[in-house]
Every structure is written in C-alpha cells, then in structure tokens.
Design a protein around this ligand. Structure first.
Ligand code: ATP
Ligand code: MG
Length: 272
C-alpha cells in the first residue's frame, strides 16, 4: 500500500507546488512509483509540466463530480513511474460540489484507497487555505509535509494548521503524522534566513527536516522548462536539495508523530 503525503500550508507562495513536483521527480529517480495529485484550482502542477488546458483531458474535480473515477484522469509526466492528476483553473464550480458532497471529509480518502495499491507514493499538492479541500487531503493522507518559507513571518499562522491537524487526527484520521516541516527558499548568506531557520528548528524541535531547500533560480525556472529541475539541470543546488530530501525521507524509518515528539504535540506557543 502506497503512502499518501499531503503538502500543506495555509500560506501562499511558500513552495508547496515546487516541493511536490520536484520531490516526486526525486522519488521516481530513486525507483519509486509516484502519483502527484493537484488539489489546487490554480492548476500549477500541470503548468510545471508545460501543460495548458488543451493538453489536459479531464482533471481531479471533473472526475470527482462525475463518478469519482480518478484512474481516468491520470496523466503521464513523460517521466517513467511518475504520473499526475491535474487540476485546472476552470474547476471552481466542481470544487463547490466537492464542498457540499455528503461524507465530504472522507470522500477523497475513499477514492484514493483504490489508487494506493498502484503507487509507492501519492503526493497531494494542496491549495493555500485550510478549507474543505485541505481537510479532505488531511483525512486521506498518511502524513504531511509543511513547507515553511524562510522569512520574517515564517511561523505566523502555523498554529492554525497544527490545530487543524490535531483535530483531524482526533476525529477522522488517528494515523496522520508529520513527515516533516521543510525550510524553503533559504539563503544562508543572509542573516535573516539564518535567524528564521534557527527559530523554526528551536520551535518545532525534531519535526524539521535536516535538508533545507535553498533559494535557487533553477527551481523558479521549472514552469519555464516544463519539467522538474533534475530533468534540465541535475547538478543545480535546487535539484540536488530535493534529491537529498527524498533520501532523508526514505532513510527516516516511518514518520514523526507529533504526539510522541519532544514537545508532546503542544505547539501552543506558535502564533495562531
Ligand atoms: N527554492 C526556491 N527558489 C527559488 N524560487 C522558488 C523556490 N521555491 C519556489 N520558488 C518560486 O516561488 C514561487 C512560489 O512557489 P510555489 O508555487 O511552489 O508556492 P506554493 O506554496 O505552491 O504557492 P501557492 O500557495 O500559490 O500554491 C514560484 O514562482 C516558484 O517558482
Ligand atoms: Mg501551489
């Protein structure tokens, strides 16, 4: 049974999609079969593969509002063992249908169970919000990765996500765990980046990945080239850091359960 990992953050532009696209590429490079599902109606996963709306034949939301046959909307990235399910900007109406669907929080979990046998990893790219779509993702997932952009307000609003995770764990998905918090867009030449990264590590203790993702132009160029960084510049710092992240993730036996971590899952000091 494949692992389902949601890439989540309430904040926009922190590197969720970049992480999802490039981490999946690294996992498939390491011989794992991966599926990336875009739940964000902005549709940036397809853009990252250079695909516009005319290249897409059905998306996540059209499938969900039409019999929930996700297999029918799996697209190939062109990389062996790496598929994706797009979302596109015209999804808003269907998105609403998902909101009001009965058993809404468990709906995604139910349909993903069928795909779990076919992939080693299913990654979910979430929208920058903690609404119903993200709740569905948290209920369906085995673990979550939270990208944190290395900037002054890095920890601001993190409290809401931690609280939601606790609630989902309690009510729907007791096995949900943190894969880890990931420092993104780090520039260690600048003191602010260093200070923020130290503060995040101090606050979240052992829950933060050792691997950091540097600010790197190759990662910003992914939509321009229409492929993950490792496919157009394997030796770039950006591509290498996502390969390091995949290796760290695979070497880590299992995931970190916030309840058993050193601070006992109590993040009340994090800004809400
Ligand atoms: N490590 C990095 N170095 C340089 N640029 C980056 C890096 N990570 C992400 N970017 C760029 O920053 C912007 C935001 O990244 P991304 O789209 O991955 O964030 P997001 O959290 O998915 O955003 P949204 O919340 O809107 O979905 C993009 O233009 C992306 O190319
Ligand atoms: Mg995104």
């Amino acid at each position: 049974m494949g692992e389902i990992i949601a890439i989540v953050s309430q904040k926009g532009g922190v590197g969720k999609t970049t992480t999802a696209v490039n981490l999946c590429a690294s996992l498939s490079y390491l011989k794992h079969k991966v599926l990336l599902i875009d739940l964000d109606p902005q549709g940036h996963v397809a853009t990252s593969f250079g695909k516009g709306k005319y290249d897409i034949n059905g998306d996540f939301y059209s499938a969900m509002s039409n019999g929930a046959n996700l297999s029918a909307v799996i697209h190939s990235t062109g990389v062996k063992g790496y598929d994706f399910i797009p979302s596109n900007v015209e999804s808003d109406e269907d998105d609403k249908k998902l909101y009001i669907a009965p058993l809404r929080e468990k709906r995604l979990k139910h349909v993903l169970t069928k795909l779990q046998a076919e992939y080693d990893y299913i990654l979910i790219d979430c929208p920058p919000a903690l609404g119903n779509v993200t709740c569905n993702a948290l209920v369906a997932s085995t673990s979550i990765i939270v990208p944190i952009q290395c900037e002054f307000y890095a920890l601001k609003s993190l409290g809401k996500l931690l609280k939601l995770t606790r609630t989902i764990k309690k009510l729907y998905n007791p096995d949900l765990e943190y894969k880890g918090f990931l420092l993104t867009m780090v520039d260690l030449r600048n003191n602010l980046s260093k200070r923020v990264s130290n503060k995040v590590r101090y606050t979240l203790k052992g829950l933060v990945f050792d691997t950091i993702i540097p600010r790197n132009i190759r990662l910003a160029e992914v939509p321009y080239y229409g492929k993950p960084a490792m496919l157009f510049d394997k030796r770039s710092k950006g591509a290498e850091s996502y390969l390091d992240l995949a290796r760290e993730m695979l070497n880590h036996h299992g995931t970190i359960d916030s309840d058993t971590s050193s601070n006992n899952g109590n993040f009340n000091h994090v800004d809400e």
